[in-house]
Design a protein around this ligand. Structure first.
Ligand SMILES: Cc1cc2nc3c(=O)[nH]c(=O)nc-3n(C[C@H](O)[C@H](O)[C@H](O)COP(=O)(O)O)c2cc1C
Ligand code: SF4
Length: 442
């Protein structure tokens, strides 16, 4: 076995991953509008498997179209999606890499609802619109919650039938489960609102249903915010979920038989703290027009990105929240606070790239593994580089967040033209490589 902590296998009760580098979820519009998967998605994921990550956590995979963030996301809402996920799992497995599917629902954070959702409001813990976009939503009924719990169970069963290696529940970044957990959003008066136990009930019932449908012996992890930080961004708002509350929920998840925790931060996505780094104003102006009709404040917000003065005000408020927080390992202190209180493995996300920093993070007991999104978009073979002894790639990820901002309109990829020597065409050619393979056939 390697003496390098990064390349020690991590052993969960029902899953062994060959190293400590997980590819974190990267959602993007490279699938079909109807939620069926494409060869582009398979080619994209295979790039990371070839590059040496131990496991890939899929993109945001909606369990129902009403919980989709944007069109062109591969879903797992029907048995007819199983062959696609089997093909994707097989492609990744060929490179000794595991594939964990992220079961997801947007709740009210539905950036581009798409034509299927034109006549409905998003579903959430309460009927209050979100603070920024003004995305309309309605409060889920208890019956609606039971229906969703069942959809998560069905999605889990499909993932196992497809031959995948495990599941992750997306309970972070302001999506549906976060909306229930957060006292700033959840104003319910029934058994799903009020006390922390009540606010966590939907998540805990979903865990139980997933275990019933996919088996307790199928790897299950939960991606959860250690803290929401929403009052940091919107000072007039009530506090979101605190660290103490999250730690308690993590302990309940462990007691319920969840096998690992994936620790993140941020009450919305994106949030000034996650993904950490820059926020490119020019790209906001170019691409956020796609979201303009989604919320009641869309015209106001996205027009603000267009004018230099209003954009500067927005970026000032956004960047102010980041003060005092590092980019590298933005949530690692919080991951350690969780790790101290649970005995299942903890994965930490946010700003990892430098080999020495990741080794120090794992060796220092902050977490058991790290997950990476953007540094792997920039250098798909980052794990191989680290294994060969490089500390940082020659053309590292700059954390500029252009990949993130492009995602509402353009295919997935690195959009920092500086990494391509300023050659825009070369950058676009690289982005388009996901479309180079012949079509996927089930
Ligand atoms: C383009 C893009 C898409 C993302 N999609 C998802 C997603 O579908 N689900 C999720 O949990 N996180 C998503 N994230 C967040 C990442 O998984 C990761 O937690 C975050 O970017 C911090 O890691 P990094 O600094 O290594 O990028 C996305 C990030 C980016 C940049
Ligand atoms: S656009 Fe490229 S360099 Fe910028 S954050 Fe994304 S992957 Fe990194």
């Amino acid at each position: 076995m390697s003496t390098d902590i990064l390349f020690h296998p991590i052993v969960f009760p029902h899953l062994t991953v060959k190293n400590r580098i997980f590819r974190s979820s990267i959602a993007g519009r490279i699938d079909n509008y109807d939620g069926s998967g494409t060869q582009a998605r398979i080619t994209w994921e295979e790039k990371f498997a070839k590059g040496g990550v131990g496991a890939i956590v899929s993109s945001f995979v909606p369990v129902h179209v009403r919980g989709r963030v944007q069109p062109n996301y591969a879903m797992i809402d029907n048995d007819d999606k199983i062959p696609f996920w089997t093909a994707l799992g097989n492609a990744v497995h060929r490179h000794d890499c595991k594939f964990i599917l992220q079961l997801s629902h947007s709740g009210r954070q539905r950036d581009i609802p798409g034509v299927e959702n034109l006549m409905n409001k998003a579903l959430s813990a309460s009927g209050t619109t979100d603070t920024f976009h003004g995305l309309l939503c309605e409060e889920l009924t208890a019956e609606g919650i039971r229906g969703l719990v069942k959809m998560f169970g069905d999605g889990a069963r499909r993932a196992r039938t497809a031959g995948l290696d495990g599941l992750e529940i997306h309970a972070s970044h302001g999506y549906l489960f976060t909306q229930f957990l957060s006292p700033a959003i959840n104003r319910r008066r029934d058994e799903y609102g009020g006390s922390l136990e009540n606010r966590a009930r939907f998540l805990m019932e979903t865990v139980a249903e997933i275990q019933r449908c996919a088996g307790r012996d199928f790897h299950l992890q939960v991606k959860i915010n250690a803290m929401d930080f929403n009052d940091a961004l919107w000072p007039w708002q009530a506090k979101g979920t605190t660290l103490d509350e999250s730690v308690q929920v993590c302990q309940w998840l462990e007691a319920a038989g969840v096998h690992a925790l994936h620790i993140s931060v941020g009450s919305i996505f994106p949030h000034p703290l996650l993904p950490p780094g820059g926020f490119p104003g020019d790209e906001l102006d170019w691409w956020y027009g796609h979201l303009i009709s989604s919320g009641t404040r869309g015209y106001l917000n996205y027009s603000a990105f267009h004018f230099r003065l209003t954009r500067a005000v927005f970026l000032y408020l956004w960047n102010r929240t980041k003060k005092g927080h590092p980019v590298e390992g933005v949530s690692r202190e919080l991951a350690r606070a969780v790790k101290e209180k649970v005995s299942i493995p903890v994965i930490s996300t946010g700003g990892y790239q430098r080999g020495s920093f990741i080794r120090e993070t794992i060796g220092g007991g902050y977490c058991d593994a790290v997950s990476i999104a953007r540094s792997l978009i920039a250098n798909n073979n980052l794990p191989r580089m680290l294994e060969e002894g490089r500390d940082l790639p020659e053309k590292p990820c700059s954390y500029c967040n252009r990949c993130l901002v492009n995602v509402v309109a353009n295919p997935l990829g690195c959009y920092d033209v500086r990494r391509f020597g300023g050659d825009h065409d070369a950058m676009v050619r690289e982005v388009m490589t996901v479309f180079s393979e012949p079509g996927f056939r089930s």
